[in-house]
Design a protein around this ligand. Sequence first.
Ligand code: TNX
Length: 499
Amino acid sequence: MSEPVLERRGLGDVIPAPADVRPDPAAAFTIDAGTAIRTAPGSVEARRVGEHLAALLRPATGFALPVGEGSGAIALLLDGDDALGDEGYHLEVSTAGATVHAVAPAGLFAAVQTLRQLLPAAIDAATPQEGAWVLPGGQIVDRPRFAYRGAMLDLARHFFTSDEIRSYIDSIVQFKINHLHLHLTDDQGWRLEIDGWPALTAISGGEGTGVDGTGPGFLTKADYAGIVAYAAERFVTIVPEIDMPGHVNAAQHAYPELTADGLAVPQRTDREVGYSSFVADQEGTYAFIEDVLREVAALTPGPYLHIGGDEAQATTAEDYRTFIQRVLPLVAKYEKRAIGWHEMAGVELPDTAIPQYWRTEAADDGTARAAANGSKVIMSPADRTYLDMKYTADSPLGLDWAGHIDVERAYGWDPADRLPGVGEESLLGVEAPLWSETLRSLTDVETMTYPRLPAIAEIGWSPRSAHDWESLRARLAAFAPRWRNQGVAFHPSPEIPWT
Ligand code: TNX
């Protein structure tokens, strides 16, 4: 008796589009009850990636899929060509099996995301499904265009729990996103516990915080460390942000000594920006900041520490310069590289500092000057990458100050063309920030994220020559059943011919 045929996938039906795809329709491989997964000899990390793949495939297939170094028709090997880089991989599928060659475990993990998408959508079901688990035959050679492909969650305007953040990590890694920026502090809340300054979270992470007072909560140091570890197992680097010198009302509400006159400021739960500022010419400001940065750096194995720097309308230009020039050395002292919203580039920066361009203007002198001086830049133009912008005027969630962003708009730009003076060589990568003023749940987060984040992930990963709207639309369409099986919410954009 023959099994029902599940959906047949094409070798290139993957988001982000792989760099090089050579299908061989005669070479398909069918995973069956006897399939095992073989991982690179002597590599604990390759073994972990193998276990990750097995855990993805077991529920829907019902197969045992043992993982070991002995033998197996699916092989995850660390014998790749150096040209693949740390995240690249070479996948060969023949009738005998599927073999991945990578240089580093991150490349094996990227290949696992590709393998998942090459299988029928039923692979994401939680219970055993009938059918043949066919991988399309041929070869893929793939590696990212940019090293940094990020998403950002705003925990300050609305707090999201450790479990919600972990779910978000699980869904974003499918698109080879490798950085998660956490916006931990803002006027409406402070979301990371800091020893020695307990009121930050006791007061500004407590009940009544967040926009409209509806987003209370904070991460303990243990919660944060747990998220960092969970992310690292999925080859995601956490980028913590402590926003300053503006966006600091929550800190000043908890600690009045951080204000100019030492008087308490009221809690704020409205959506205004640009009214609060640390005091640049007060030593206590830097003692506080050093404590915070030291602790955040100690909890963060990744290389980056984001210091905000945006919308400091309540800080004079001179104070802003003083402030940034005092804080950058503190970041370096704790052995991190500073990222800042691009206003930071209004000050001369060391070439290790990374401006993140977020506005909608066609040019930015500071960012261009930083790039000319050797700084790398992260591109997050609000009118393309801001996942909190409404899709259309009808979107119930989101803001519209940078316009409406449908999927075609999120996809129809190139980071190397965005700013004069900031070309391909100056780019560290792209990031899609999600601000949470209007969001109240993980479902809201996912609805704003999908299907736009996959479009931006493709801009960050795939070669420019592979960007093609008609192709992306068709590949996105296949995600409706996948996201349903995964329990991930998405906006059913009418632009996509959903299956
Ligand atoms: C601008 S983007 C901000 C945030 C808001 C966001 C809303 C940036 C660096 N600052 O404070 O949440 O707009 O879209």
